[in-house]
Write a protein that binds this ligand. Structure first.
Ligand SMILES: [Zn+2]
Ligand SMILES: [Zn+2]
Ligand SMILES: [Zn+2]
Ligand SMILES: [Zn+2]
Ligand SMILES: [Zn+2]
Ligand SMILES: [Zn+2]
Length: 482
């Protein structure tokens, strides 16, 4: 794993979808437009870090805070973790009153610090532990900054139990209604089992990263990489270690133009309504003209009946002629303007109809993406064949792979325009969005049609179509990506 800067313009190994390739091939016009944020609405600066590199970053903040407030590193960690790792904010908040810091709620210190005269005097007295009720000498007890004393055996059991349940930085005092948190050095001073100590440190690290706005764990399977961005935003990042691509802000699948909260809402709705939506998952439909059964085995939604050669749309079964980019109406949902005045039942039916319209398209593009992965594999195989027969080299055929990769990238964005449109308020902005969405969709289906017939499509024609589709995609993102 490397710690060097990797921006959206860098080379990655291709992921299984293939569209990662296309995301990293955009440095042709660097000279004319020095500001990449203006050129590419998805541009994002970030770096991939290893666990050790993240620990180094965290330690820099811990040291800075503990020096400037004259507190233990352990207490500095508690403050940082509960204040979004902003040294500046914490110094502003506590700077003048660092003397009182030890008494502050949720920012406990260990008792290993100052020992006052009173404590020395009482060391020899025996006291009773409120948990186990045993009376023991004073030196068998410890307390957090709140002063609630418990015997060390009880602390140790308390910590063991909490750590076993996965709690770490959130472990607090045992006293009822006391919310003082236990700093790392206090916990570790009471826990002796190496396995438990290690578990605690792992969980604490996870909490530190999660509470830090500049960090996001890679969601890749068994991947320990952490992505760091100085300006956290909902942008696409790709792990340089395992190649997983995700949204930096929420860690979920990348979802432009939809924002993190909306996509969460949409995915929850889809999960809740999965029964209703299930009947949609058809792989076959009847030709609207001759009624022969047609199976969809490619990603393209422009279907041609093998029997009567009728061109129709897989989504709406309408004539494909009505799907040209000038009058593309398939993506837009036509709301019933009278529905609001109707009965509750009619309104519910209308709401369901609307949801299914968007869901069906969302789901269909997701399926098309998978089918187009198969197309990509077929293209690879056909290129291998051609090279074996000495019909050109890989370089000669690379444009076909580029086309398939771009198609996947465009379709992915198109899929995520549907939740965006579903939650949009009706009005001129929605009309503009749906216009651009329709344009993008029309060009993507044209591209898909040409990619599936790549050998018979003219190279110039295909490259031209790629250009148009990508322009439509970036136009929509420029206008609607928050
Ligand atoms: Zn006890
Ligand atoms: Zn307490
Ligand atoms: Zn990863
Ligand atoms: Zn997100
Ligand atoms: Zn037919
Ligand atoms: Zn249609």
């Amino acid at each position: 794993m490397s710690g060097e800067e990797c921006e959206s313009g860098m080379d990655y190994s291709e992921d299984e979808c293939g569209y990662a390739d296309y995301y990293n091939d955009e440095d042709d016009c660097e000279m004319e437009q020095p500001d990449p944020t203006k050129r590419d609405p998805e541009y994002f600066s970030y770096e991939c870090l290893s666990v050790e590199e993240v620990e180094r970053h965290l330690n820099v903040s811990v040291e800075a805070l503990s020096n400037s407030l004259q507190i233990t590193p352990s207490l500095a960690k508690v403050l940082l973790h509960t204040n979004r790792w902003s040294v500046q904010d914490i110094v502003k908040k506590f700077g003048d009153e660092s003397v009182n810091l030890l008494d502050r709620k949720s920012s406990a210190s260990s008792t290993t610090g100052a020992v006052d005269q009173g404590q020395i005097r009482t060391t020899l007295q025996a006291i009773q532990c409120p948990v186990c009720l045993l009376t023991q000498p004073h030196d068998k007890f410890s307390a957090l900054s709140c002063g609630h004393k418990f015997c060390k055996d009880c602390w140790s059991v308390h910590f063991e139990v909490q750590i076993l349940q996965g709690v770490s930085t959130g472990i607090g005092c045992m006293a009822k209604d006391c919310d003082v948190l236990a700093p790392e050095d206090f916990v570790l001073s009471q826990v002796s089992r190496p396995a438990t100590r290690e578990r605690y440190q792992q969980f604490a690290f996870r909490d530190y990263v999660k509470s830090h706005p500049e960090f996001q764990f890679c969601p890749g399977l068994n991947c320990r990489a952490v992505v760091r961005a100085k300006e956290p935003r909902a942008k696409r990042v790709q792990c340089s270690s395992c190649a997983a691509a995700f949204c930096f802000l929420c860690g979920g699948d990348y979802h432009a133009p939809t924002d993190c909260a909306t996509i969460r809402r949409w995915l929850t709705k889809c999960a809740d309504d999965s029964e209703t939506a299930n009947y949609i998952s058809a792989h076959t439909k009847d030709c609207p003209r001759c009624h022969v059964c047609i199976e969809k085995n490619g990603g393209c939604n422009h279907m041609q009946c093998y029997n009567c050669k009728h061109d129709f749309c897989w989504m709406c079964l309408g004539d494909w002629k009505s799907h040209g980019s000038d009058y593309y109406e398939c993506s837009r949902y036509k709301e019933n303007p009278d529905a609001a005045q109707e009965s509750a039942l009619t309104r519910a039916r209308e709401a369901l109809k609307k949801y299914l319209h968007y869901y069906e398209r969302w789901e269909n593009h997701s399926k098309s993406l998978k089918l187009e992965e198969q197309t990509l594999r077929n293209i690879r195989r056909r290129i291998d064949d051609k090279i074996m027969k000495a019909a050109g080299t890989w370089i000669d055929w690379q444009y076909l792979l580029d086309a398939a990769a771009l198609l996947a990238k465009c379709r992915y964005t198109l899929q995520y325009t549907y939740p965006y449109a579903y939650y949009m308020e009706a009005g001129p902005r929605k009309a503009l969005f749906e216009y651009q969405q329709a344009q993008l969709e029309a060009e993507i289906e044209n591209l898909s049609w040409k990619v599936e017939r790549a050998e018979t499509t003219d190279r110039g024609d295909l490259e031209n179509q790629m250009d148009i589709a990508e322009k439509r995609r970036t136009t929509l993102l420029k206008d609607f990506l928050g």
